[in-house]
Ligand binder design. Structure first.
Ligand SMILES: NC(=O)c1ccc[n+]([C@@H]2O[C@H](COP(=O)([O-])OP(=O)(O)OC[C@H]3O[C@@H](n4cnc5c(N)ncnc54)[C@H](OP(=O)(O)O)[C@@H]3O)[C@@H](O)[C@H]2O)c1
Length: 348
């Protein structure tokens, strides 16, 4: 296997985790160039990186460009991804700018690695709440087509970025000292000891942008435009790790027992589901929680149970590290899969 010149664009919550994942997984990098809006030095996983201010020439000689900058017109991928492609790099983008472009594959390697074969220079990483959901849905969808998905999410503040992590910490300290927080800059109201049923902006149909992403991205990744998907996405005062209550209806019945068997042998999934707590240890853990999923690579699934009223209905609880599998790790896994499939030029 050759070695590649890698660029990571953005060193916020996701960019830093990407650097950590590249180092931890011993990614075959000849060089890792770190780019952001402003130059500085960052130390991640014991390694110090010089951060350069991003310019078009920054992409000369880069084989893989992992974009973790902000989204939109002034964001890194809108401003620089085409330049990176023109200069020979394959771009893997974390933001929402290109996800629904029909020319851009939207990939979760455990689910639709085959879509990498038709990339034209840019591959999109799905939204964090979609990634962990499709990892859990795919093996069941293979057993019997999923007709309908209803999801409710419990999403950590790290999904909003660094400022939100700081805001939750500041508000929690104030409240613990009997004071009321007055500053709400990241969310429309207090997040500490609260639950906000809004992630992203509201659309005309009453859904939020995050809820819409879960619908359209799931259909694109599973290659099934007819799956009915509706979601309620909720921000909770958890630092890291998204949880999801997912209800599915399949064409044929899948018993809870069979679903557990399928999930337990599927890639990227750890089944944590023992409904009967042991008598000798009544506190034995029987379900996944974000505190334990945080920092891990896998998606954790538990509370698998049949709908008492709908023969083909199943409920499950799905938890994953939104910064890791929901963003940084998934992007690095895409790069690794491109290499395994011989789809990346430039290895030296
Ligand atoms: N957080 C999550 O759970 C999550 C999950 C999935 C996807 N994502 C997506 O991943 C991306 C990064 O998220 P984040 O939470 O890490 O954001 P963040 O903490 O706000 O960091 C953004 C980084 O991007 C850099 N940047 C912004 N505009 C740039 C430009 N025009 N040129 C070069 N660098 C630029 C910033 O540089 P400076 O540091 O110099 O300002 C900063 O380092 C976003 O698109 C987000 O939607 C996030």
């Amino acid at each position: 296997m050759g070695e590649y010149n890698v660029a990571v664009i953005g060193v916020g919550a996701v960019g830093e985790e990407m650097l950590k994942v590249l180092v931890q997984r011993d990614f075959p990098a000849r060089q890792i160039k770190v780019l952001a809006r402003s130059a500085r030095e960052v130390t991640v996983a014991g390694r110090t990186f010089q951060v350069e201010a991003t310019a078009t020439e920054s992409f000369d000689g880069v084989d893989i460009a992992l974009f973790a900058g902000t989204e939109g017109e002034k964001g890194a991928s809108v401003m620089f991804s085409q330049e990176a492609i023109n200069r020979g790099a394959v771009v893997i983008d974390n933001g929402a700018d290109f996800r629904m472009d029909p020319k851009v594959p939207l990939v979760v390697p455990e689910v639709n690695a085959h879509d990498l074969e038709w990339h034209q220079g840019i591959i999109a990483n799905p939204n964090c709440s979609t990634i962990q959901m499709v990892v859990a849905l795919k093996p069941l969808h293979e057993r019997s087509r999923i007709k309908r998905v209803i999801a409710s999410t419990y999403q950590a503040v790290s999904g909003t970025g660094r400022s939100a992590i700081e805001e939750l910490a500041e508000q929690s300290v104030l409240l613990a000292h009997g004071q009321k927080p007055k500053k709400f800059s990241t969310y429309p109201m207090q997040i500490a000891f609260n639950v906000l049923p809004q992630i992203g902006g509201f659309r005309e149909d009453g859904y939020t942008s995050e809820e819409w992403k879960m619908r359209v991205e799931t259909r694109k990744i599973l290659g099934d435009p007819d799956i009915q998907v509706s979601a309620t996405t909720v921000r909770v005062p958890v630092y890291n790790g998204h949880s999801e209550s997912i209800y599915i209806e399949t064409e044929e019945k899948i018993s809870a027992e069979e679903a557990c068997k399928i999930l337990s042998r599927s890639p990227g999934i750890q089944l944590v589901d023992q409904p009967a707590a042991s008598k000798s240890d009544p506190h034995a853990r029987t379900y996944p929680v974000p505190l334990e999923a945080s920092g891990k690579d896998d998606t954790y699934v538990g509370r698998v149970r049949e709908d008492p009223d709908v023969a083909t209905g199943l409920h499950m609880w799905v938890v994953s590290d939104n910064i890791r599998k929901g963003a940084a790790l998934n992007a690095v896994q895409i790069a690794e899969t491109l290499i395994q499939k011989g789809l990346l030029k430039g290895g030296r």
